[in-house]
Design a protein around this ligand. Structure first.
Ligand code: FAD
Length: 481
């Protein structure tokens, strides 16, 4: 944590350093351009945690660099805004740090610019000394079951998360919450977030920034039981202790474990590493306290189910193979199977990055940009790197890890960029022009400020931290572009 703090700027300090009393970041930026002999221009694609943390590091370490962040949406913060659960406002506090970085006089924000559509990678590489790709993961992994794409009651957790979090376009999803049983395939923290959103009392959610249309749908929801199904056993559960504790504390929700899933688990607890041991102890404690599961008539139920692999999708049901764990902890399907009730099926087995521009050396199998410690590799077999092209965040590592993990990775790649500039592995001899918006409708930081203010005021009227705008067009109008 102290590592994080050492990079956090004080706005007051920045204004002293750059003696800028000017109101818009664009004007501040021009001043720096005039007073700096050889500006190193760096472009970051994606305004999520990886982009902002990398920018923070670069601005601190390279006093003669400017950083431009190019972002697809008119609004910043990536999955902090559109992924992190609305009832986890403390996680969203990182936005304060990102805002300080964004208001640095040598940073410009270009919202509503999509790499691969509005600007090509080649154009950015021509206009900057270094380009850092941090555009995250906006697709999801599929179960590879027959009618998965056609079945109307199968949706991805990614889309459901985007729906309650107000990602533009996601309001069209309209998940059918008229049935009693939801089956979530996957047991990571995203799956638990989704289960919590489905089972939380609506009055609690009304105090969060959950979008209004989602609140209305959740208020009408008939969902009573949420099954959380994983291929492997309790010792391999992918959710963490904090998320499980929250589920166990949910009012009027009973957590129902299957005792058979825990055969032989208690005997192994002493051999486990601390975080895994504590999680397992909590599951065993909760199992020990469990009363005979009752019908959900008086309340709702959360049902974690282990050792089941998805096999087939049917109307209002899902069939799972019963699995066995091998010595290497891999789950292998047996002949036996079980059907679970499933009025709605939510697939939550991971996000996936995509290739935003044909010029990117992208590995579709692994779902990430081919790289060596953040340096993007040239296509082909060789280990040669593309000079001045980097990748960080989920696009680099694959979609795993929390914001802290993403921060450490982004700092490391930003340091690599600094080292390469110092070692002249990146050519900074000739001047570069930077991004030219042309006639595009660009949202700069001032524009985002206007959207932010509008959302905060709209939220205040309803007792919420903010009421997110979900239409891109409305965002652009409020931003004044
Ligand atoms: P992102 O956050 O995805 O940012 C990528 C940015 O790039 C986005 O703003 C996107 O709009 C932009 N972009 C995409 N394509 C383009 C393009 N072509 N051109 C320009 N810009 C583009 N971590 C925690 O610590 N605590 C939590 O509670 C937590 N909850 C989570 C809940 C969910 C549902 C998910 C999915 C993740 C959660 N995480 C949490 C993890 C955390 O969100 C990630 O570690 C982090 O967001 C990854 O950052 P990133 O910058 O790599 O990607």
């Amino acid at each position: 944590m102290s590592f994080t703090r050492s990079f956090v700027y004080s706005r007051h300090k920045l204004l002293n350093i750059y003696s800028c009393n000017l109101s818009t970041s664009a004007i501040k930026y021009q001043n720096v351009q005039q007073s700096t002999a050889a500006v190193k221009r760096i472009c970051i694609v994606g305004a999520g945690p990886a982009g902002f943390y990398a920018a923070q590091y670069l601005l601190k370490q390279l006093s003669d660099c400017t950083v431009d962040i190019v972002e697809k949406l008119p609004v910043p913060f990536g999955l902090v805004r559109f992924g992190v659960a609305p009832d986890h406002p403390e996680v969203k506090n990182v936005i304060n740090t990102f805002t300080k970085t964004a208001e640095h006089p040598r940073l410009r924000f270009f919202g509503n610019v999509t790499l691969g559509e509005d600007v090509s990678l080649q154009e950015l590489r021509d206009r900057y000394h270094a380009v850092l790709l941090t555009y995250g993961a906006d697709q999801d992994r599929e179960l590879q079951l027959d009618n998965e794409r056609q079945a109307p009651h199968v949706i991805s957790a990614r889309k459901f998360v985007a729906w309650y979090n107000g990602l533009p376009g996601a309001e069209q999803l309209q998940p059918d919450l008229s049935g009693r049983d939801v089956t979530i395939v996957g047991q990571g923290n995203v799956a638990v977030d989704v289960a919590r959103m489905l089972l939380s009392p609506i009055d609690t959610l009304k105090l969060t920034d959950t979008t209004e249309y989602a609140l209305e749908a959740l208020a009408r929801s008939k969902v009573e039981r949420v099954h959380l199904v994983g291929r492997r056993g309790p010792l391999q559960a992918a959710f963490t202790i904090k998320e499980l504790r929250e589920m166990l504390k949910l009012p009027n929700v009973e957590t129902c474990w299957r005792a058979a899933d825990f055969t032989g688990i208690a005997e192994q607890v002493d051999k486990l590493q601390r975080p895994r041991r504590r999680l397992t102890e909590l599951m065993l404690k909760s199992l020990g306290e469990q009363r005979k599961p009752r019908a959900a008539a008086n309340g709702k139920q959360f049902l974690p189910i282990f050792l089941r692999a998805p096999k087939a999708i049917a109307a209002n049901e899902m069939e799972f193979s019963i699995t066995e764990l091998q010595e290497n902890e891999a789950a292998v399907a047996t002949e036996a199977s079980e059907r679970l009730p499933a009025d709605l099926i939510l697939r939550s087995i991971g996000y996936k990055s995509s290739c935003a521009d044909a010029g990117i050396n992208f590995d579709p199998k692994r779902g990430h940009v081919c790289n060596r410690q953040g340096r993007v590799l040239k296509p082909g077999e060789s280990d040669a790197v593309e000079p001045g092209l980097y990748v960080a965040g989920w696009l680099c590592t694959g979609p795993t890890g929390v914001i802290l993990t993403t921060m450490n990775g982004a700092f490391a790649v930003a340091k690599t960029i600094c080292d390469d500039i110092a070692n002249k592995a990146v050519d900074t001899a000739s001047a570069k022009p930077g991004f030219e918006p042309g006639s595009r409708r660009i949202v700069n930081w001032e524009g985002w400020r206007r959207i932010d203010q509008h959302e905060s005021e709209a939220g205040k009227a309803k007792g919420k931290p903010r009421e997110k705008i979900v239409s891109t067009e409305q965002m652009l109008r409020i931003a004044g572009v």
